[in-house]
Design a protein around this ligand. Structure first.
Ligand code: HMG
Ligand code: MG
Length: 302
């Protein structure tokens, strides 16, 4: 076991979290959420996506949200860009990082981005090239690395295959995503292991949805492999519109509580983070989807 001493958390709540909300969330609320996350000490925030508004209407205000954020020095802001059209639009917003997102499953690739895995790589290649030429860091996301809503179980070899393709076109960092939260620790470790054949440990992150309540266990399993970067979502917001029934990412609050309890640094103030989760949950008229937040809020009110 080589547990990291410090963990970098990317809060993807404003993007992965809110993209799935049916009710319109005004840009001002999204901006306030980003402000509260950076106030809580988040150094990496996935803000929005420059995708087709016909596919994901909730993200149609991408440029407005990016323009409204008062950037905090030391904080990096990332956005999703599925193609050159999205990248060109995103570049005007000056993101620190862009994310190209592919899938280990052929069927999910078609459902989510309307093309095959091979076509997606052809599409991403000029995006990666343009981003790197513009000095924008490139992250790749690999969906369905454990299971797919359409194809079922996904073999680690397919994850390794996609990671190799991403590496081949110059993607600098890679995220191993359990999109529908079906993964269990050993399966997630196998997906990460396959990824590590192509990417060094410092360029690999975990992105675990919590549909089956496995995301914290999967996070710990990844930590035990030395992985120290994770995407999480404040208040456990979210899901993917093209993965029906999948819930949000593991709640940032729960991961921070676990890490701090293990003596691992995050630089995040859990109380301020919980306040950020309450802010967005109040707007959405629900309770925060975080067990740690619920427990601490109950204590606060006692
Ligand atoms: P398409 O329909 O094949 O695109 O969609 P197209 O190139 O044929 O163009 C069709 C129309 O879309 C045209 O408009 C384009 O201008 C427009 P029209 O002439 O019909 O008016 N268009 C765009 N508009 C705005 N921004 C763009 C853009 N591109 C084309 N970038 C496309 C292909 C990829 C665009 C579409 O499938 C799409 O937007 N998909 C995104 C789906 C999505 O956002 N899913 C959620 C994010 S992924 C995720 O959540 C997983 C992750 O969290 C990891 C995990 O958990 O697994 C990352
Ligand atoms: Mg996701």
């Amino acid at each position: 076991m080589k547990l990291p001493q410090r963990v970098k958390i990317v809060d993807v709540g404003p993007r992965d979290g809110l993209q799935n909300e049916k009710q319109p969330v005004p840009a001002a609320v999204k901006i306030e959420l980003v402000h509260r996350l950076q106030q809580a000490g988040l150094k990496e925030i996935e803000v929005t996506s420059f995708v087709s508004p016909k596919w994901v209407p909730q993200m149609a205000d991408n440029a407005e949200v990016m323009a409204g954020i008062q950037r905090k020095p030391g904080v990096r802001y990332s956005v999703l860009t599925p193609n050159l059209q999205g990248f060109d639009a995103a570049l005007k917003s000056q993101p620190d990082e862009i994310v190209v997102f592919g899938a280990a499953s052929e069927a999910f690739s078609r459902k989510n981005i309307n093309c095959s895995i091979a076509e997606s790589i052809e599409r991403f290649a000029p995006v990666v090239q343009a981003a790197r030429a513009a000095g924008v860091y490139v992250r790749g996301a690999m969906s369905c690395t454990v299971g797919c809503p359409y194809e079922g179980e996904i073999a680690p070899e397919r994850v390794g295959y996609l990671a190799g393709l991403m590496k081949g076109i110059g993607v600098q960092h890679i995220g191993v995503a359990d999109t529908i939260g079906v993964g269990t620790p050993r399966k997630v470790q196998a997906a990460i292991e396959a990824t590590l054949r192509h990417y060094a440990l410092e360029h690999v992150s975990g992105h675990f949805h919590d549909t089956y309540g496995q995301a914290l266990a999967n996070t710990l399993a990844a930590l035990e492999m030395g992985v120290w970067q994770f995407d999480t979502s404040v208040a456990g917001l979210g899901g993917c519109p093209y993965a029906k029934g999948a819930t949000g990412n593991v709640a940032t609050e729960d991961v921070v509580y676990m890490l701090h309890g293990m003596g691992i640094e995050t630089g995040i103030d859990l109380d301020l983070l919980i306040d950020a989760g309450v802010f967005i949950s109040d707007f959405l008229q629900r309770k925060p989807g975080s067990r740690a937040a619920t427990a601490i809020l109950n204590k606060r009110h006692a």
